[in-house]
Design a protein around this ligand. Structure first.
Ligand SMILES: Nc1ncnc2c1ncn2[C@@H]1O[C@H](COP(=O)(O)OP(=O)(O)OP(=O)(O)O)[C@@H](O)[C@H]1O
Ligand SMILES: [Mg+2]
Length: 382
């Protein structure tokens, strides 16, 4: 049976992106499997796709790092262009970077020929990705989990990125005043008002994301991927979880920031707020914190969460189908779990993109996937 997918990349072209001088892939909606030797350029292709989402992509690279070595001297550093089909409707998304006459680097983002904002991108091609670098997400620093969760939130609520940027801006400005010992009450109060308004919006959006995710997770019986019990740790988030009103959360946070001025001045940063929140997960069946689980279990939890996120987006009338990108899809998975993963990906209304070193990893797909070999920055139909 061939399933059709509501959202898929029908064409992807890369120009001078990492080790790909010119890549042009025409695709149908089936999962895209990329195999090839180490260093062939598989992850680079997934990274290129993630440039179509807001942010700096799956390696957090700078625009200059993405430019192909050997392509120096050109004004246009690199381009990633795609034709995306969503419920039969076509969108062309192009992202690139070019040198400015002043010697800087400028990123360009276009959707159907017109300049696009981060929200435009977030809506045009929703996606979630997993990489081997995220295997340590549960035991690594809180900031990584927070960023991961904010990406999940952004793909559901495209204004989340704007709120985060505004919050950061106000926080930096407040910190500058505090570090210069400019205790100008009206000025600080204005910035703290901004921080509390955006901070409350950020926390509320995270809590809603978590609730939607958790209900999707809870709605399913235990399967190949362990169920997680999620929790957000943060002063604003916990208020929302207990049902507080946004105006009250905002008010109290503004007051807290006011009271913390001297401590924040001494610390050199705002000690409290949604910029310090953390995401916790427990392995439900084992009743164990994710960071105490085995490497394979941690990975399985993360895969379960990624699949749940795609289901939550698909169920959400304000969102929709999303692409799922999994780098080194088979790492840590036994053949039963791998087959279960493939079934889940085939059922997802968004196209899946997978990489692996060996073609045989994708055997269980049979003809239900399109398989390509990546060799020396070129792609061959397998
Ligand atoms: N800016 C760049 N210009 C040219 N080549 C680059 C650039 N950045 C990275 N590369 C090269 O791209 C190659 C492919 O990298 P990539 O991570 O995509 O490999 P891969 O196929 O995923 O391999 P693995 O199986 O080891 O994960 C690497 O050899 C790397 O050195
Ligand atoms: Mg790789």
């Amino acid at each position: 049976m061939t399933l059709t997918h509501d959202l898929f990349v029908a064409r992807l072209t890369l120009t001078d992106f990492r080790n790909h001088a010119n890549l042009d892939l025409s695709l149908d909606s089936r999962p895209v499997c990329l195999f090839g030797a180490n260093g062939a350029g598989k992850t680079n292709i997934l990274e290129a796709l993630t440039m179509l989402a807001p942010g700096r992509g799956l390696r957090s690279a700078t625009p200059l790092e993405l430019a192909r070595d050997g392509g120096e001297g050109r004004a246009q550093l690199w381009v990633v262009s795609s034709r995306v089909l969503n419920d039969g409707e076509e969108t062309v998304i192009g992202v690139g970077a070019e040198r400015t006459p002043e010697g800087g680097v400028k990123r360009n983002t276009r959707r159907d020929g017109a300049p696009a904002t981060a929200s435009d991108l977030a809506e045009a091609a929703r996606m979630t990705w997993l990489t081997p670098a995220m295997d340590r997400l549960w035991s690594g620093p809180a900031g990584d989990r927070r960023r991961f969760f904010d990406r999940l939130t952004l793909s559901r609520a495209s204004q989340h990125g704007q709120a985060a940027a505004s919050y950061e801006r106000a926080m930096r400005e407040r910190q500058r005043l505090l570090s210069e010992r400019i205790f100008d009450d009206a000025w600080l109060r204005g910035l703290e008002r901004e921080m509390s308004a955006h901070g409350a919006a950020i926390a509320a959006a995270r809590v809603e994301t978590l609730e939607r995710l958790q209900s999707v997770i809870d709605a399913r019986p235990d399967g190949a991927f362990p169920k997680a019990i999620l929790a957000l740790e943060g002063p604003l988030e916990s208020r929302f979880e207990r049902g507080a009103k946004s105006a009250d959360v905002e008010e109290d946070f503004a007051e807290l920031l006011h009271d913390m001025r001297h401590r924040d001045a001494g610390a050199g940063r705002a000690l409290d707020g949604p910029h310090r929140s953390d995401l916790k997960a427990r392995h439900a069946a084992k009743n164990m914190d994710a960071d105490q689980c085995s490497t394979g279990e941690q990975k399985a939890l993360l895969l379960g969460l990624t699949l749940a996120q795609a289901r939550a987006l698909a169920n959400d009338p304000g969102a929709g189908a999303s692409l799922i990108l999994i780098d080194e899809a088979a790492a840590h998975l036994d053949s039963v779990r791998r087959a279960a993963l493939f079934d889940e990906l085939l059922a997802n209304p968004g196209q899946a993109w997978l990489t692996g070193t060996d073609e045989s990893l994708f055997e269980a797909f049979g003809r239900r996937a399109q398989i390509f070999e990546v060799r020396d920055g070129r792609v061959h139909v397998a």
